[in-house]
Design a binder for this molecule. Sequence first.
Ligand code: NAD
Length: 493
Amino acid sequence: MTSFEPSFEPSAIVVPATHFIAGRANTIANGAMEIRRPSDGQVYAELPQADQNLVDQAVEDAWHAFKSSDWATCSPRDRARVMRRWADLIEADANTLAPLESIGSTRPISSALQWDVPFCAEGIRYFAEYADKCGGEVVPTRRDQLGMTITEPYGVVAAIAPWNFPLVMASWKIAPALAAGNAVVLKPSELTPFSVVRLAELAIAAGMPPGIFNIVQGDGRVGDALCRHPLISKVTFTGSTRTGAAIMAACAETGTKPVTLELGGKSPQLVFDDIADIDKVARRVALAISTNAGQVCVAGSRLIVQKSIANQMIDHIAAAFDELVVGPTWQANSTLSPIISGKELQRIDSVVRATVEQGGEVVTGGRCLAADSGGSFYQPTILHNVDMSMTGVRDEIFGPVLCVQTFEDEEEALQLAAHPSYGLSAGVHTADLSRAMRLVRGLEAGTVWVNRYGRSWDFALPTGGFKQSGIGKDLGRYAYEANLRTKTVLIDF
Ligand code: NAD
């Protein structure tokens, strides 16, 4: 990547607008969908919508590959070697893959190069390393018996991904399933469907048997058909809580099939007045809601700040928002992402308006941005004087909107942080370690960050929500083990 100029010309990008089945691109369609770039609203490709026959074909081909290739039966180290080679090819392909990721998504090209592509590759490498390190165990039984558990892949896993980080979210679903020896049929989001096709091409180049990793394109109907297919043994999903519930119902009606669900959130960031550096913490808080324009499951969308420093914090956060650069994803200096679609932009604006009608006050932002490119952008927004009865505080906005509530003491902070339905993540900023640990215990969230907010490159840390934010975990050992089923063996001597 030495001489690569990150900015790119979108019309120069060749988009693989295809399914990928049994090792080959496939354009069979039951109609086509126009896919628009959020940065300027232009149609840049047509997506073939899969029909039931194509879903059947993809799942049957995956099942055939699972049964007849050596993916599930080879030495696990050989499987890991293919996946490591795949990760190497992904990194080497960054100059193709990053623009492909960026062009039709909300990911600025600089972020796609520095984070999305390498994070995807490293995640695949992380799970590859599990292939020969996690298995069953011998368990204590009578001396004239041998009891043990052995782990086996499920067969064909359906993976359904959201649009907000197309490569990374897909890799979190497919990498543990493949490393465990399963075949996979992935349905990416219809809003960002193309970069994963390049991922599948590179899997074949790395030596993965055709049919082990397949992609079917289309909207929620295709996802539903996958969930209901009798040859699908497990479903792993990331997306909204509403769709997660529909998927769970489909899996119950046609299985029962196990599901992993990574769903929505409304995460609090608690800031106490003992922090050493207000500007530093304010920048963290601002980044936690402005990254990807707040279109992040773990976006820190509720600031819960001690009253004595609330005004200062708000001023510093607003200043950090002012530094964001609006521009299309293909410009290297753009730092404020577009909103994924015009429809979503209007939805975000209507939630802000509703919250204001309910008594909330806009401190900064609160409007759609008229960008030169003509795309869908929303001003980073701070809403004050709000409470949990208001739409903007209660509902996941999935945009750059921060709701601010203030507290007097720790007990009140914990009360305000509680959400009636979500429990995905939370952040605590304090210099008092004992207080931080009390809050770690008290907060009902799948992840609690202390004096930081957001993920690191530690793939060993699992991620997943409590309550309506999900079931099961992505990343970490749990994610790998969730793609295996356990067989019990008891042998009489
Ligand atoms: P979404 O639920 O609208 O769609 C997600 C995927 O499900 C898409 O591929 C869609 O086509 C498919 N789908 C829709 N209806 C379906 C059905 N009935 N059966 C099967 N599949 C169906 O979500 P989205 O708008 O793409 O993503 C945003 C949401 O994802 C937010 O709520 C966000 O919080 C959540 N998310 C969660 C995590 C996490 O790790 N917890 C990570 C990223 C995003």
